[in-house]
Design a protein around this ligand. Structure first.
Ligand code: FAD
Length: 478
């Protein structure tokens, strides 16, 4: 029988996988391949937390393939050379993959497609990751969108319950003699002689398709009810936590949308469902922006900020932020949740990002880089959009002068201090009334939380005013 290579990248699933399906539909034996080529994604090769996730996700995919009679062939090196070798070894007649949208991936994939097609191979790419690919959505003037609401008005009517192909029950085996590395050989996990900083992650996560399906079911049964309001409270299980699974393609957005829309929701829950869909819409919008404005992973989308007066980052302040030692409890709780679990609640992401870019006036890239390395859901499109939005430099951004008050945010969204107490245990004994701004309760702080910083690394009011002055200063273009 003829073979077709199915090149897995960030579509690490067997259900609703158009590349795999296309190979099967054409009557080929699919040869599932993963190529480890981090240099080709530079400067955005996966960060440390993503790599730790990837290792487990590859293992899960291999186990799922083996349970059906196939297996994952893992190679490392230059993608084109490895594909060429595999074509020669299997006499494959076709190559299928699902599309990626980051600038470096697009450049590589275009090069590979052109090279192989000119040699007569069938090379086909498919959409597995987006509800609406960036080039299919445009304004009335034929331009890309820069504002979310009209973008979503355009995309939302396209969503409907779609057939979502289940994982094939059986798969034909690829040739037995193909060389394959083990996912453990790729250097993805922290080496044995270094601290296993990711060990704590796995009580919170199950990488792979089965873990994604479980979370989706749990969300539909539970947190979907009340999502619109509850999603703001970081101490609650009130969001889907699907972000790393969506990033690695362990579940397709089509499958999520179809599962949501297929249910007959009570009228009271419908606004929650719409809100959830619109968050998936932000994921689409982020990809739309990165595709049309590829420079924004590094540079401001809004040119007004090109010469903005960012402070020279003080390494001690940056380190205090990264390690959750700023003396501002909600910021420290978020940064420690990130370090311990590889994830941070969305509201707290906005708070810590505002603190870094406004109160410490560090360029958003410093924050985006740290998130890139420490988030299991680190995603170039979503991370860029999230940082530029919070910094005020992006599309549809919160205006620069709208500076999150970490004290007010904690009082509103963590009123009983459960989130802060969980992640900053040295504050656990403080009364609720002192938890959001402990420096205003010096005696209590000294007595009940001696290990916590006496005061914030930066004066919140003065730094807010300095940020506003910089914003209206000469270095921000009108
Ligand atoms: P849910 O509330 O259950 O939402 C469902 C899905 O919608 C998410 O899984 C995600 O894919 C998408 N989504 C939700 N909110 C957003 C958003 N604001 N922008 C884009 N997509 C969204 N998200 C990432 O996936 N990767 C990142 O690297 C990332 N970096 C961020 C950085 C900053 C500074 C900020 C403010 C936000 C960032 N986000 C990022 C967006 C958001 O915080 C996460 O997607 C969300 O917290 C994931 O939790 P969830 O899966 O429970 O979300």
């Amino acid at each position: 029988m003829s073979h077709a290579l199915v090149w897995f990248r960030r579509d690490l699933r067997l259900s609703d996988n158009p590349a795999l399906q296309a190979a099967l539909d054409a009557g080929h034996v699919p040869v599932p391949v993963y190529i480890h080529a981090p240099d080709e994604e530079a400067p955005w090769a996966p960060g440390a937390a993503s790599r730790a996730w990837l290792r487990r996700s590859l293992q899960a995919l291999d186990a799922d393939l083996r349970a059906r009679g196939s297996r994952l062939v893992i190679r490392r090196g230059d993608s084109l050379s490895e594909i060429e070798k595999l074509i020669a070894e299997t006499r494959a007649e076709a190559l299928h993959w699902n599309r990626l949208y980051e600038p470096a991936s697009i450049a590589r994939d275009t090069r590979i497609k052109q090279g192989l097609k000119s040699r007569g191979l069938v090379v086909e790419s498919h959409n597995a990751a987006l509800l609406a690919e960036p080039w299919t959505v445009q304004t009335g003037q034929g331009a890309p969108y820069r504002v979310f609401t009209p973008f979503w008005k355009n995309v939302r009517p396209r969503l409907s319950v779609l057939p979502v192909p289940a994982a094939p029950a059986r798969l034909p085996a690829p040739p037995v003699d193909l060389l394959s590395f083990d996912a453990d050989d790729l250097g993805l996990a922290p080496p044995a002689n270094e601290p296993r900083w990711d060990e704590g992650f796995w009580a919170h996560w199950q990488p792979g398709e089965a873990g994604a399906a479980e979370l989706l079911d749990a969300f539909l049964e539970g947190a979907a009810h009340g999502y619109k309001e509850q999603r703001n409270y970081p101490d609650r299980i009130a969001t889907s936590k699907l972000s790393p699974h969506l990033h690695f393609g362990e579940v397709s957005p089509r499958a999520v949308v179809s599962a949501v829309l297929a249910r007959d929701w009570p009228a009271a829950v419908k606004p929650d469902i719409e809100h959830f869909l619109s968050e998936l819409g932000w994921r689409e919008f982020s990809h739309h922006l990165l595709f049309h404005f590829p420079h924004t992973a590094q540079d401001n989308l809004n040119p007004r900020f090109e010469d903005f007066d960012w402070a020279d980052p003080d390494p001690r302040l940056l380190e205090a932020w990264r390690r959750g030692r700023t003396g501002v409890p909600i910021v420290d709780a978020g940064m420690r949740e990130l370090w311990a679990t590889g994830w941070m609640h969305n509201r707290v992401r906005m708070v810590v990002a505002s603190f870094l870019t406004k109160n410490l006036r560090c360029h958003w890239r410093h924050g985006a880089d740290w998130f890139w390395d420490t988030l299991v859901d680190a995603d170039l499109a979503n991370n860029t959009q999230g940082w530029q939005w919070t910094a005020g430099t992006g599309a549809d951004a919160a205006p620069y002068f709208r500076i999150f008050s970490p004290v007010a945010q904690a009082e509103k969204f963590d009123p009983a201090g459960k989130y802060v107490r969980r992640w900053v245990p040295e504050l656990a004994k403080l009364p609720d009334s002192a938890l959001s701004a402990p420096w205003e309760h010096a005696d209590l702080l000294a007595r009940l939380a001696p290990a916590y910083p006496r005061r914030p690394v930066v004066d919140l009011r003065a730094s807010r005013e300095a940020a506003l002055a910089a914003y209206s200063g000469p270095k921000t273009r009108p």
